[in-house]
Design a protein around this ligand. Structure first.
Ligand SMILES: [Zn+2]
Length: 233
């Protein structure tokens, strides 16, 4: 008996680019024909020893997007409006013509929690003026904390909701060694038992564990409420 999974996943990568990791992630994405968005740090783009922007060699549709300059403090906790402006605008300038056409922005979550700490009124003003789109998330498998176990967590998160905006990190933690993507549906053979749940069966098949539509691009959040997860209209 066999079945298949058709998961609706929007895949994103944060905190790069990293010379030892980002090109390998791009190789995997290109091999699977999958488009994604890299939310990059302006300070890394400006580092002459850093990796080039992911958009410099891109699967069509992949873009670089803004994840602040320093990634040091959630914008909602920064009282200095000039500093908030610099975090966003300087990064957008560093990305320049390689930016995602929708000028996507992802706030630093300080551990992945969504809440009012993500944005301040000054940050919202900047995003509005710059006509940027805020992209939040609804799945963070915390790959930076658990470089080996995150894949199973991610799969469980994808299975628990009809659509997932998944945040991974192209950082040198070793986590991306578990990134294996198939553009075809995860195929499950429930050989152990016909009663095996779809979820547990697919966990065991974690080597090829999700299907990402190449047509899927990160949705936006026109509403700035930090409690709403971004989803395209
Ligand atoms: Zn981040």
């Amino acid at each position: 008996m066999s079945g298949g999974l058709d998961l609706d996943v929007t895949l994103t990568f944060d905190n790069g680019p990293e010379p030892a990791v980002t090109p390998r992630v791009l190789d995997i994405l290109e091999g699977a024909g999958i488009k994604t968005t890299f939310f990059v740090l302006g300070s890394k783009l400006a580092d002459p020893g850093a990796a080039p922007s992911p958009s410099a060699r891109t699967p069509r549709g992949t873009g670089s997007a803004n994840h602040t300059w320093t990634h040091s403090q959630p914008l909602g906790r920064i009282g200095d409006a000039a500093r908030v402006l610099a975090e966003i605008v300087d990064t957008e300038s560093a990305i320049d013509e390689l930016a995602h056409p929708d000028h996507l922005f992802r706030p630093f979550g300080g551990g992945g929690e969504i809440g009012r700490h993500l944005l301040s009124p000054a940050a919202v003003d900047v995003l509005r003026k710059e006509k940027m789109t805020c992209v939040l998330w609804n799945a963070i498998p915390r790959d930076w904390e658990d470089p080996r176990g995150w894949a199973e967590v991610a799969l469980a998160q994808c299975l628990d909701q009809p659509w997932t905006l998944l945040v991974l990190h192209d950082l040198p933690t070793g986590a991306m060694g578990r990134l294996k993507i198939s553009s075809t549906a995860c195929s499950i053979t429930a050989g152990a038992s016909a009663r095996t749940s779809r979820r547990s069966a697919c966990r065991s098949a974690a080597a090829r564990w999700w299907r990402t539509s190449p047509a899927t691009s990160p949705p936006d959040a026109r509403d700035w409420s930090p409690t709403r997860c971004a989803r395209g209209s």
